[in-house]
Design a binder for this molecule. Structure first.
Ligand code: KG4
Ligand code: ZN
Length: 366
């Protein structure tokens, strides 16, 4: 493998930072030859959230079958792989360790170079991925502004070149996805709340539920904890209005204790509108202020239709291309780690077998 070009190098990429076991084969840093994800969502739905020990054990159970499927889908063997990229943080320590030790073992046994990838950098680089038949898809143009919104992170970053980041703003409390998940729980929707709140919001007939926006002055930082508190109060008021007990959460298994579908839809819409409003307004303002030539959106919450549509409309009004991966590439997957790993390999980076999990790894800044 050359140290400087992306050429057609074939990489194997492993992602296990949270609750998806993802392994992908990527060519030339962009082309997805295969991308297999074993999701643990159903497993964690029973507990209403992720139990780290359970997540780590599930990674261990699925990592070998996911690798076999990824190689079979790409039609290659491990001998054809020229390098291995693996997420080494941020994430859950036990989950990260499974992927890292798996990748290190493959690298050692098959004598392949290894590189550790920051999970958040992976979400950013998902914007460079192309599907088969989609090779002409334009790559994001620098300088760009990227909004990354996931279950654990919310940040706005400026990129003037590959692998260089200037953090413009981040959440001062909850991540956007975390807020979606918590409000979903308050509304009695199944785990994870994000997609459920998004679906419920789409069914709203009236669009007048008003939730507060935390603008935090002119800063590019975000805050969602006040919105969550307001949601709790508004949901309680709506419950009282329907003669339901207040101050408690209705489990998804207690349909009788849940708000009517109409109220769930309207409250979901109001909450989602508040989150989307703040995310889009700050991203557009940052793009204008930094002279960006394109905007990138990534992370699990970027699967949200309202966010995608509104940001696309406002970017278009500014004449800026918006690059958003398809939803399955916004949520955790191996392909995005391959795209970022290819850049790191091309920059000459290598990790050795001492590579370890870094549960709170920040995005490298420059
Ligand atoms: O990036 P991701 O898959 O994992 C992390 O790195 O955290 O993001 C997961 C988050 C969860 O909070 C999930 O509820 C949220 O993304 N999410 C959504 C949607 N799909 C996933 N939030 C809002 N609308 C969606 N359609
Ligand atoms: Zn993620």
């Amino acid at each position: 493998m050359t140290g400087t070009t992306m050429d057609e190098t074939i990489l194997l990429a492993v992602e296990s930072s949270c609750d998806e076991t993802g392994i992908a084969v990527i060519a030339g840093g962009r082309r997805i030859l295969s991308n297999v994800v074993a999701s643990q969502t159903a497993l964690h739905a029973a507990t209403g959230g992720i139990v780290p020990e359970v997540a780590a054990r599930a990674h261990l159970r699925w990592v070998v079958p996911v690798l076999d499927q990824a190689l079979a889908d790409a039609g290659i063997g491990l001998g054809d792989v020229e390098g291995i990229a693996v997420t080494h943080g941020p994430g859950l320590a036990g989950s990260l360790l499974v992927g890292i030790n798996f990748a290190k073992t493959l690298a050692w046994v098959h004598d392949k170079p290894l590189v550790g990838v920051n999970h958040l950098e992976g979400h950013l680089y998902a914007a460079w991925l192309t599907d088969p038949g989609d090779d002409e898809r334009a790559a994001p143009v620098f300088p760009l502004v990227a909004l990354i919104v996931s279950g654990g992170h919310t940040f706005l970053v400026e990129m003037r070149d590959h692998l260089t980041y200037r953090l413009l703003g981040q959440t001062v409390d909850d991540a956007a996805g975390e807020a979606f998940d918590k409000v979903g729980r308050l509304l009695g929707l199944p785990y994870p709340g994000g997609p459920e709140v998004s679906r419920a919001a789409g069914a709203a007939i009236r669009h007048d539920a008003a939730f507060p926006r935390a603008w935090l002055g002119d800063s590019y930082d975000f805050s969602f904890s006040g919105l969550k508190t307001a949601a709790r109060r508004t949901i309680d008021e709506a419950r009282a209005g329907e003669g339901l007990p207040t101050g408690r959460v209705a489990a998804a298994s207690e349909p009788d204790a849940r708000l009517s579908d109409g109220a769930v839809a309207e409250l979901s819409w109001g909450f989602q509108d508040a989150v989307v409003d703040v995310l889009v307004t700050k991203t557009i303002r940052a793009a204008e202020a930094t002279g960006a030539r394109s905007i990138v959106l990534g992370g699990g919450v970027a699967a949200n239709g309202a966010l995608r549509t509104r940001l696309a409309g406002e970017a278009e009004a500014l004449g800026l291309p918006l690059i958003v991966p398809r939803p399955a590439l916004c949520t955790d997957n191996g392909a995005m780690i391959g795209a970022a790993g290819a850049r790191r390999f091309a920059a000459g980076e290598r990790s050795d077998l001492a590579l370890d999990a870094s549960p709170s790894l920040p995005l490298a800044r420059r």
